[in-house]
Design a protein around this ligand. Structure first.
Ligand code: RP5
Length: 163
């Protein structure tokens, strides 16, 4: 089976955030690949990755970056595959810079921006799964089961004093 989800991040330092994306995809049993690709440190690699993503069989790209986070936008500029951006929580501005860099794409080249940090990384995996689930019954079932487990856990632990 072809790998359908590509996860890229601007730096090794983004892994602490992006490992949450990988963790959810593993829970869902969805095959994926992970790579450090920097828009400003390895621009040629970014172009090559984005240009070849579709022909290699990828269907969704998840791109995590922090600070002047142009990785998701530049990736989206070079492929028509859906790109999901994860704003990594930067040290200087707590991720507001990352969020605005990713969310404020000018009209014409969209990037789906998630929340800052762990929540965004988690939701990026779930959003990518939801896209694949449109055509893939196995992914749809895995996603439904994930959500059902989450609901059951909240219902079972409904007294906050016990937590
Ligand atoms: C961005 O710069 C990366 O996505 C990372 O979040 C940020 C800092 O990178 P390092 O200086 O830690 O490598 O390109």
């Amino acid at each position: 089976m072809n790998t359908k989800i590509g996860i890229i991040m601007g730096s090794q330092s983004d892994w602490e955030t992006m490992r949450h994306t990988v963790k959810v995809l593993e829970q869902l049993g969805i095959d994926h690949e992970v790579k450090v690709v920097s828009a400003h440190r390895t621009p040629d690699l970014l172009f090559e990755y984005a240009e070849n993503a579709h022909s290699r069989g990828l269907q969704v790209i998840i791109a995590g970056a922090g600070g002047a986070a142009h990785l998701p936008g530049m990736t989206a500029a070079k492929t028509r595959l859906p790109v999901i951006g994860v704003p990594v929580q930067s040290k200087a501005l707590n991720g507001m810079d990352s969020l605005l860099s990713i969310a404020q794409m000018p009209g014409g080249i969209p990037v789906a921006s998630m929340a800052i940090g762990k929540a965004g990384a988690t939701n990026a995996a779930l959003f990518a799964a939801a896209i694949l689930a449109i055509e893939d019954a196995q992914v749809a079932t895995a996603l439904d089961q994930f959500r059902a487990r989450q609901t059951a856990k909240v219902l079972a632990d409904d007294d906050p004093r016990a937590g």
